[in-house]
Design a protein around this ligand. Structure first.
Ligand code: G3I
Length: 380
């Protein structure tokens, strides 16, 4: 008798382990179970677009779970890296459209609002650009780049981040090869070129921290100058890289009001809420100190404590309540990544950390934050 009881206990235990293992190995069972109708994109379809930044593996549908989750939950996509200069234009007269073509085709196949990111940015530039000496050559580079890249996807890409991060946090213009060699007018020129290359696409100025008063003032000044020149600019992208310790809701509300007063569309283009401490949070910390591997800076390698899951959920809930309040002024809310595992915040500003900034965990499972956001809109 004892023998059979033991066998039965053993069999039950093995079954449980097997089930857990298969779920972990095959998360799609989790996603499939998610009620397809109940998705971010469907719930918010009368409010604003819901997007995600996707990487090369997701564009090529090499991740089976992302291949299910992305078209299920999102109706807009942004290329996390593959349309940036260093990838798409590696040499003066050489372009590499392989992944960008696949990205646009993926978006068309899934009937999504396709964002292009980004035409003019001081970062992730191809090495040959730093060797450009004359202003004329740099202007030729910028003209060729915008004509060729935006021209190729004219009528397919719905919205371009034409210029990205051209401001310092005090609202002044950021030093870059573009400002140095072309002067401030490079901003207007970039929008003029993009409007010619793709007259249908919406043209955005995109930046981080522009919800903060000083930088917001700088962005408004920049945008007004472009508008005053009669050059087309349609929207402003507030990147929204914020923290679990509270995005500045009042600053965000003021920026929605002030930017929409310029007649612009507003999008939150790179939303994530970091759950980890950063060097600059530490009083007196030397931010250049190498924190790599420091347990203090990577406090939750094995999972986010429930108290912080609730804090993250509250952060997103408060944000989406604000977005819903201004739904007539907001075109799009895009998350900077699909799930926690993909997030750039696992490697920035300190490499090798485990972060939890998005609505889906590393197994593509919807988190409490997802449920709180979804609960804000009445089920149909
Ligand atoms: O492609 C190379 C690969 O060949 C190499 O093996 C690997 C090892 O270092 O690096 C790969 O390049 C990385 C690239 O992402 C592609 O994965 C770069 O090192 C890495 O720096 C780059 O990080 C990207 C970062 O922009 C660069 O500034 C992040 O993924 C991306 O999420 C991030 O996105 C930016 C937005 O474009 C603009 N706003 C801020 C946002 C976060 O920084």
């Amino acid at each position: 008798m004892k023998f059979f009881v033991r066998i039965r206990i053993l069999l039950t235990f093995t079954a449980i382990v097997f089930l857990q293992h298969s779920k972990a190995q095959n998360p799609s069972s989790v996603i499939k179970k998610t009620d397809k109708k109940a998705s971010l994109k469907n719930s918010f379809k009368n409010y604003f677009l819901i997007g995600a930044a996707i990487n090369a593996a997701q564009i090529e549908e090499k991740e089976p779970n992302a291949a299910i989750l992305i078209p299920q939950q999102f109706n807009s996509i942004t290329p996390e890296n593959i349309m940036k200069c260093e990838v798409i234009h590696p040499q003066w007269d050489k372009y590499n459209f392989d992944l960008a073509d696949k990205y646009v085709a993926y978006g068309k196949k899934n009937k999504m609002f396709i964002v292009g990111h980004t035409l003019v940015w001081h970062s992730q530039l191809s090495p040959f650009i730093n060797n450009i000496q004359s202003s004329d050559s740099l202007m030729m580079f910028m003209t060729n780049h915008i004509n060729t890249v935006a021209g190729r996807y004219a009528g397919k890409v719905n919205s371009w981040d034409v210029v990205n991060e051209a401001l310092n946090d005090d609202g002044t213009l950021r030093k870059s090869i573009f400002l140095e060699k072309l002067g401030e007018d490079y901003l207007r020129k970039a929008f003029e070129l993009a409007a010619k290359a793709d007259p249908k696409a919406e043209l955005y100025y995109n930046d981080y921290n522009i919800e903060q008063p000083k930088k917001r003032a700088g962005a408004i000044k920049l945008i007004k100058k472009i508008q005053a020149s009669g050059t087309k600019i349609d929207g402003v992208g507030i990147q929204a890289h914020w923290s679990i310790n509270g995005p500045p809701l009042q600053d965000i509300e003021n920026s929605i009001i002030e930017f929409s007063a310029l007649g612009l569309k507003i999008s939150f283009t790179e939303l994530d809420l970091t759950a980890l401490p950063n060097p600059w949070d530490l009083k007196g910390a030397d931010v250049n100190q190498n924190f790599e591997g420091s347990p203090f800076m990577n406090p939750y390698p094995n999972g986010l404590p429930d108290s912080l899951q609730r804090k993250l959920a509250k952060g997103y809930e408060d944000l989406f309540k604000l977005f819903i309040k201004y739904k007539n002024k907001i075109e799009r809310v895009t998350f900077w990544g699909v799930n926690d595992g993909q997030s750039w915040l696992n490697g920035w500003p300190i490499k090798g950390r485990t972060n939890y900034p998005l609505l889906f965990d590393s197994n593509f499972k919807p988190k409490l934050a997802y449920k709180k956001v979804m609960a804000l809109v009445p089920k149909k």
